[in-house]
Design a protein around this ligand. Structure first.
Ligand SMILES: [Zn+2]
Length: 233
């Protein structure tokens, strides 16, 4: 019997990638929109803004992918080291390990006799899996895939960066800055509401929080950009 035969979808299984996806999209919107706001405030042309947008998308998505890969990879390394140590202990000291597992089930509320029986049967079935799950807390659901994490956060960032990109393309030249800003704030608010919806918390609070931080980042970029106004050179 395996956990993978579970048919119902639990929240815990999707929180990992959902959190990564929302953070990635959030980053994509805030950083690329701020970049464009700064460039637009400096008086850059629409063509320059589009090039900046593409460059921002590529560099941001690569850096997200690299960061996510390294962080998940090191998590996997830690889990593997733990499993390795546990496997060695099981080989060297099986009696002690059986007692340890029994104790864990007693602490969870089983009678000592039943805990012993459970520990014996699980050890016979797959000792390492039982220790990994019940002692260390590692099982299929928590084991992350570094490549998948890297790919999905890069994709999420790129989707976020598409908002400022589309805004530049649809906006009349003289209103680029305003359109990019409004679309940025609205998309951040929408994303904040969406993530609150998945997390089961207040949608208004979620969208306000994300939108306010976005406005602060964009205003700062715009201010810095205006200090370098192209037409003054
Ligand atoms: Zn153990």
């Amino acid at each position: 019997m395996s956990f993978s035969h579970h048919s119902e979808k639990h929240y815990i299984q999707r929180t990992g990638w959902l959190r990564a996806a929302v953070l990635g999209a959030n980053d994509g919107i805030i950083s690329v929109t701020s970049l464009i706001m700064g460039m637009a405030a400096s008086g850059a042309s629409t063509q320059t803004l589009i090039i900046t947008c593409v460059a921002g998308l590529i560099s941001g998505a690569s850096s997200m992918a690299a960061g996510e890969y390294i962080s998940v990879r090191s998590q996997v390394d830690i889990e593997e080291a733990d499993l390795h140590m546990e496997a060695r202990e099981l080989e060297r000291n099986p009696h002690h390990e059986l007692k340890e597992l029994t104790q864990i089930y007693v602490m969870r509320g089983l009678t000592p006799e039943l805990a012993h029986e459970v520990a014996v049967q699980l050890t016979a079935n797959n000792a390492l899996e039982a220790h990994a799950r019940d002692e260390i807390g590692i099982h299929e659901n928590t084991a992350a895939n570094p490549l998948q994490a890297a790919g999905s956060s890069a994709l999420a960032f790129s989707i976020g960066a598409l908002f400022p990109m589309v805004s530049i393309l649809i906006s009349p030249e003289q209103h680029v800055e305003t359109v990019v800003m409004v679309v940025g704030i609205l998309s951040l608010a929408g994303l904040g509401a969406l993530s609150s919806y998945f997390a089961g918390t207040s949608k208004l609070k979620g969208s306000l929080r994300v939108a306010i931080w976005g406005i602060i980042a964009m205003s700062f970029a715009s201010l810095v950009g205006s200090l370098f106004h192209v037409s003054t050179f």
